[in-house]
Design a protein around this ligand. Structure first.
Ligand code: UDP
Length: 433
């Protein structure tokens, strides 16, 4: 990927002084930057990296983006890690069934079985990290490793500053899995968490707090004409004659799609409206298709619920059009990392109702940029309120757009990364620009 993008393309969107800062900081970064995660598409990390890489290159910084590979067993293990690191949510995370022992011997056997299973799981994880470390060129000045999947690549570190960029909420993790991952993660030069609530007291390395961001110039977020929006909705057989409630998210249990359907059904009894659930299945997520089928079953017989599976993935323009066609945007997650779709919705001037979890409360200031929902009933009440009050919806949407402009755009994110790189290179604390 040799494309680049100039930061000056953002001149009409953010303050000039921020762009000048970026140029100044970039001049002081020397060497190669490498980002590694688990997928080029699907999910927020890939979304951010697609823009971040272009902009780093545009600033003249040599930058590479690589993904790790693994077999089904590896990705199913890393998905389990993802679920249990996020902490348990009633009914949302599958917990391994432990059979009731009938005797002390049975009890012992079952414990040994569990220990063997975990040992195999950790071995498979390390095995694939080892394979990737042999295949990849990790010889870089700054290596950003995103999330747990490639975290153990650090074991072969020879040079450079290594940064573990955590996008998920690890504030209340399963202790066993966290203790396993903590060993490699503690070897990094620094870690980055999205919000103060996610930071860990037990890592013993420097921790930075950097909220994620969206790119206002990506196809996902650029302005669209009404004609372009209509064309996309036509393609999916959706007529704009009724208000649209939309949730764009991967088919993942933690996104609580059944909860969104329940809230919609409550609203639908009183106000005629329609629901779009648009999402895909990330290549590193073996559970996605199962969740999609559960959602289809729950939506069965409801002609105003449009469950859209992006397979092949929806284009960014299509996602953009679904969001821009909406009256209300939902992100009713039970657990969330940051929740980029919330910023995407707010940037489009839409009121967003989100679960009060992860990074969503950073973006949704209750009653100012949207609403936080704590239950299905609460979400339904807020949706109905917004559908009945277009002026309220407009006020929240406008405030939301400004909130995103000042806090959650890629240009701010880029500045944070450049500052972190400089501060790691200058551990004495003095950076002369
Ligand atoms: N997304 C997409 N197509 C889909 C579903 C999601 O492009 O079918 C995008 C969505 O617009 C957002 C990102 O994937 O940019 C999801 O990021 P978020 O932080 O909301 O959730 P994650 O998937 O990382 O848990």
């Amino acid at each position: 990927m040799n494309e680049t993008r100039s930061i000056w393309d953002y001149e009409d969107i953010v303050e000039r002084s921020l762009l000048e800062d970026l140029e100044l900081l970039a001049e002081h970064i020397s060497g190669r930057v490498l980002h590694i995660n688990a997928t080029y598409s699907g999910g927020g990390v890939a979304e951010i990296l697609s823009s971040m890489i272009l902009l780093l290159k545009g600033l003249g910084i040599e930058t590479e983006w690589n993904i790790i590979r693994g077999d089904d067993a590896f990705f199913s293990i890393t998905k389990t890690f993802h679920n249990v690191l996020h902490g348990r949510v009633n009914g949302a995370v599958e917990v391994p069934v432990k059979h009731e022992p009938v005797s002390v011997l049975d009890d012992l056997k079952s414990e040994i079985g569990e220990l063997t299973r975990r040992k195999e799981m950790f071995e498979t994880y390390l095995h694939w990290n080892r394979i990737n470390s042999e295949e990849m060129d990790l010889n870089s000045d700054f290596v950003f490793i995103h999330d747990p999947q490639p975290a153990a690549l650090i074991d072969v570190k020879q040079r450079g500053k290594w940064i573990w960029r955590c996008h998920i909420d690890v504030s209340n993790p399963d202790p066993l899995i966290w203790n396993f991952l903590r060993k490699p993660i503690s070897k990094y030069d620094a870690s980055i968490f999205s919000t103060p609530m996610f930071a860990r007291p037990d890592l013993g390395i420097r921790q930075f707090l950097v909220p994620p961001s969206i790119d206002p110039l990506s196809d996902k977020n650029i302005e669209l004409s009404q004609g372009e929006i209509d064309r996309v909705l036509d393609k999916y057989g959706i007529c704009m004659d009724k208000p649209i409630i939309t949730q764009v998210s991967r088919f993942d249990r933690l996104k609580d799609l059944p909860g969104v359907i329940d809230a919609y059904k409550l609203v639908k009894k009183r106000i005629d409206c329609q629901l779009i659930l648009a999402g895909g299945v990330a290549s590193d997520d073996p559970e996605g298709m199962g969740v999609y089928h559960e959602v289809m079953e729950k939506a069965y017989g409801e002609e105003d619920i449009h469950v859209l599976l992006g397979s092949p993935p929806f284009s960014d323009i299509e996602i953009n059009a679904f969001q821009r066609a909406s009256t209300v945007i939902m992100q009713k997650s039970l657990k969330e990392g940051f929740g980029l779709v919330v910023s995407e919705g707010l940037w489009k001037g839409k009121p967003v109702i989100g679960g009060a979890t992860g990074g969503i409360p950073l973006q949704i200031i209750n009653d100012v940029t949207g609403y936080l929902a704590h239950s299905v009933d609460g979400a339904a009440f807020k949706i109905a309120n917004l559908l009945k009050n277009p002026e309220l919806a407009r006020r929240l949407g406008e405030a939301g757009k400004e909130h995103v402009r000042h806090n959650f755009l890629i240009t701010r994110h880029l500045k944070d990364y450049l500052l972190i790189m400089l501060s790691l290179e200058n551990p004495s604390g003095t950076i002369r620009l």
